[in-house]
Write a protein that binds this ligand. Structure first.
Ligand SMILES: [Zn+2]
Length: 274
């Protein structure tokens, strides 16, 4: 991907921040007075795909040839789970392409708002053998919602996921990794956090994202990334290549952790060993 393209994306982002009122498309029960700084950024990114991109869109459609991913026993093999939050977005397709090339599987913690916008991409995630899970409707801090709002949020995301990918979520990652007892109860699912956080959402830097993931990776780790940034999309093939060379197998969270319990919180494979 040429540098001019990323420059152009930056420009588009600035324009979209100024021009696109996003909250008008949210349903009433998902409206909020609070604006989370991280989601604010994500919303801006969402607008990238709504803007005309004529000459800048890279063809992501053709699928590279690679063998089917194989079953892995994480008890004896070096496993790691790459997870992608806040999508699906247009960058998800590029990430899927890179995963396919390396025979890698991953887990996508989708926002309901993004499932509504990209049901086709969500379906593709599942069709390609990856795991799709919930990450709330619109990335609000769930501990500030009422029990009814919480229930609506979980139900709506489940419905959107079922419509898009013909399956309901079986695990959950709370926005910002924040939760309380009420959120745990309302989720009624295992909660999956992470053990490696390269802060790709903060740096938006391909090299830095690559460097942090590769230096902090360890067997059994769950890595949190975001499939809404071009920098992350382009770091992924490099991460896959480097870790594969070290003998890692890329598995879904369910493959890494095995059977999970509702109400439990998991950050890595260490949380299920004992
Ligand atoms: Zn998130």
């Amino acid at each position: 991907m040429a540098a001019w393209f990323r420059g152009a994306m930056g420009l588009t982002l600035s324009v979209s921040l100024l021009t696109a009122p996003f909250s008008s498309s949210l349903p009433t029960n998902a409206q909020t007075k609070q604006i989370d700084p991280v989601f604010e950024v994500s919303v801006a990114q969402l607008h990238l795909r709504l803007m005309p991109q004529e000459e800048t869109v890279e063809p992501e459609t053709e699928m590279p040839q690679q063998a089917e991913p194989q079953k892995v026993d994480c008890e004896i093999e070096k496993c790691i789970a790459l997870t992608f939050d806040d999508g699906p977005s247009e960058y998800t397709l590029g990430i899927l392409k890179s995963l396919h090339k390396q025979g890698a599987r991953a887990t996508f913690f989708a926002l309901g708002i993004q499932l509504r916008a990209h049901p086709d991409i969500a379906r593709e995630v599942v069709l390609q053998g990856h795991e799709l899970a919930g990450h709330s409707y619109s990335h609000r801090k769930l501990q500030f919602l009422s029990p009814t709002e919480l229930e609506n949020d979980f139900n709506y995301v489940a419905k959107l996921m079922e419509q898009a990918a013909s399956q309901r979520p079986t695990m959950f990652r709370p926005p910002f990794g924040e939760y309380d007892q009420q959120v745990i109860r309302a989720a009624g699912m295992p909660m999956v956090l992470w053990s490696v956080d390269p802060k790709d959402w903060l740096t938006r830097d391909e090299d830095e994202t690559y460097r942090r993931v590769v230096s902090e990776a360890e067997p059994g780790a769950i890595v949190v990334l975001h499939d809404i940034y071009p920098s992350t999309r382009y770091a992924v093939p490099r991460i896959l290549k480097a870790l594969k060379k070290r003998g890692y197998h890329f598995v879904t969270v369910s493959e890494l952790l095995g059977e999970m319990q509702s109400g439990e919180i998991y950050k890595s494979r260490n949380d299920v060993k004992n």
